[in-house]
Every structure is written in C-alpha cells, then in structure tokens.
Ligand binder design. Structure first.
Ligand code: ZN
Length: 138
C-alpha cells in the first residue's frame, strides 16, 4: 500500500491549478511566454521579461542539475511537514530554478551540478490528493 504524504497547503488558483493538473498526469509543464520565449517560474500572470499576457504551459524535460540544497530543522508547518527535512534547488534544463525535495537520496549525498530528473510522489493537503514533483538522481 502506498501512503500519501501529508504536506502544507499548495498555492491554488489560475495557472497554479493548471500546473497541478499536469503533475497529476505525471507531466512537468511550466509556462512559456509566447512572445519572448521566457520561462517564468513560479506561476505568473504576466511575463516578467516583456509584460506579455500570452503565457502557455508547455512540457519541460524534467531534467536538471542540483544547484543548491539545505535542511530545515525548524518545523515551520507543524505536523504537515515535520522537521528535519531536506530541500533542494534544481536548475532545470530550460532555465528556471525549481525548489523541491530530494527523492531517493539525502542532502548528505548531494554534490553541486549532480544530474537529477523529476519524479512524482503521492501527497495530499487540504485541497485533496495530488502528485508532488520531486527530484531523484538521473
Ligand atoms: Zn515575455
């Protein structure tokens, strides 16, 4: 039996809902500006580079490099995210930096520039069950 991990509430709403819908299908899709090609992340309503409102979700490869990592020892989210827990920053192939959690490795084993790829784990929050994108060794 696979247990869902309980997590702090996600940000929901326009754009965010679309992002999570793709995750629930096992796809990592991020916005791309249809005017200048910029890939904003997190979700925005207008392009940070050119001000365009023509933003569309497009698949990304899910591959990237480990850019940074840290472990939190303060339980900021109470029982929804007990401390300590590991957090990583992945530089995606397409450019954006993506904050996530390591999967199948611990921060103690992390090295800068390590190749990683996205995986999805079953989670739930007050909005229901969903797939959370995490990263494992590529
Ligand atoms: Zn743009």
């Amino acid at each position: 039996m696979t247990m869902s991990e309980t997590r702090p509430p996600r940000v929901m709403g326009p754009g965010h809902d679309t992002f999570w819908d793709h995750c629930n299908k096992g796809e990592l899709q991020l916005q791309r500006c249809q005017d200048c090609g910029h890939r904003p992340w997190p979700v925005v309503e207008i392009c940070e580079e050119c001000g365009s409102e023509k933003l569309a979700f497009e698949p990304v490869s899910g591959r990237g490099k480990l850019a940074s990592w840290c472990s939190f020892h303060q339980p900021y989210y109470g029982e929804a995210m007990p401390a300590p827990y590991d957090t990583i920053v992945v530089e995606l192939e397409e450019g954006p930096y993506f904050v996530s959690n390591p999967h199948g490795f611990a921060n103690a084993d992390a090295t800068g520039g390590m190749a990683v790829k996205v995986a999805f784990i079953a989670c739930k929050d007050e909005n229901g069950a969903y797939n959370l994108p995490v990263f494992e060794r590529a």
